[in-house]
Design a protein around this ligand. Structure first.
Ligand code: SF4
Ligand code: SF4
Length: 358
């Protein structure tokens, strides 16, 4: 094929989303009157014009194979109106303008093995950072953690009986491109990186690696006559930031790379202020393929939240009302000195850095 006949890339960003939108949604854009939640996995939006659109939401396994994708779109063609979209939590949503199509669509999805739910006060699909598919530094398989946990939380996805919605996230490194939520399961490195000195000179740009460290723990060094690096282990906070620009600074470790659980993160300011999440459990085994220890802890936290929170309290609201001491009491999680960051040593680490970082 001649070059000029080949499809040329479009370099102007995302395509216009309106062209893929259901015609009823396009027509009533910005003119919606109200919406309701008739049952789990289904939303009904009514426009000022009287038009209505029904949305049916189903969970997916997150990293989709082409066969599942074809199956999902075939269902959309046959039982829906041929319009779908994916949410940021990897759910697929089908939009139909005829109420009579809703139940057959749900039956078709369920018969094909997909789970309908994830709306209202459910445990929504766990979101995870992009993981090994696109990133070169994961310390765990975040999508595997999601699958293992959602298998255990499927009832909470299908039923909307939590006090409020619950957004769980996972993140596969400690730099963490996205693990912030009501409950977050994030990688935690517990040992400084081990350096493969034979490779550093060939692979790494040493000034970039030195500049990467947030606590100035990396110094250039000569090892066995070769240019390399050394780490001041007293300063190192095991963040893993040096590993992406310099893979010979290996920090992932089957034994010492763990998982940590954080709770109470909330971006929304609908009813209360946004909050940062806080560490509640650390050193949890990073134990594929089912991560039973981390899953058991998440289920324990969810059980206490479900029983103890008032209607509409998100996890951060619930903890703020009962207090952190009571949270640790009811969940039975041990509160240790490792939960407290008192910034001791910061003068010798953070303050000592003269690096200008962009
Ligand atoms: S969390 Fe870390 S390892 Fe995972 S995709 Fe994001 S940057 Fe990469
Ligand atoms: S970048 Fe992070 S892991 Fe690497 S030496 Fe510095 S503190 Fe330690």
């Amino acid at each position: 094929m001649a070059y000029e006949d080949m499809r040329q890339p479009i370099e102007s960003g995302c395509p216009d989303g309106f062209q893929y939108m259901h015609p009823v949604m396009r027509k009533n854009f910005g003119l919606w009157k109200f919406h309701e939640h008739p049952k789990p996995g289904v939303l009904r939006h009514v426009a000022h014009s009287g038009d209505e659109i029904w949305t049916v939401k189903a969970g997916t396994q997150r990293i989709l194979d082409v066969y599942s994708l074809r199956k999902l779109t075939e269902i959309g063609e046959k039982y829906g109106d041929g319009y779908v979209r994916f949410t940021i939590r990897s759910n697929i949503e089908y939009m139909v303008s005829d109420a009579a199509k809703v139940d057959p669509l749900i039956t078709a999805l369920t018969d094909a093995g997909f789970i309908v739910g994830g709306t209202g006060n459910s445990v929504a699909m766990i979101s995870h950072t992009q993981g090994w598919l696109h990133c070169d530094i994961p310390g765990t398989d975040a999508s595997g953690v999601v699958k293992a946990m959602m298998d255990e939380l499927v009832d909470e996805f299908q039923n909307c009986n939590m006090p409020n919605r619950v957004h769980i996230t996972t993140s596969c490194c400690q730099i963490n491109c996205g693990g912030q939520g009501d409950i977050a399961i994030n990688v935690q490195h517990t040992k400084p990186p081990r350096i493969n000195h034979d490779l550093v000179a060939n692979v790494c740009e040493r000034p970039s690696v030195v500049a990467r460290c947030p606590v100035a723990a990396i110094r250039p060094a000569m090892v066995n006559g070769k240019a390399s690096l050394e780490v001041d282990e007293k300063k190192c906070i095991c963040c893993g930031a040096c590993f992406p620009p310099c893979p010979p600074m290996q920090i992932n470790d089957p034994e010492h790379t763990k998982l940590a659980i954080w709770v109470g993160g909330n971006h929304s300011n609908a009813r209360s202020k946004p909050t940062f999440q806080k560490l509640v459990a650390s050193g949890i085994p990073n134990n594929p393929p089912r991560w039973p220890e981390a899953t058991a802890l998440v289920k324990r936290i969810l059980k206490e939240y479900k029983e103890g929170a008032k209607d509409w309290e998100r996890i951060n609201d619930w903890i703020e009302r009962i207090g952190w001491p009571r949270f640790f009491e009811v969940t039975g999680l041990p509160f240790t000195k490792y939960h407290i960051d008192n910034w001791r040593g910061a003068r010798n680490s953070l303050n000592a850095s003269t690096h200008i970082r962009f």
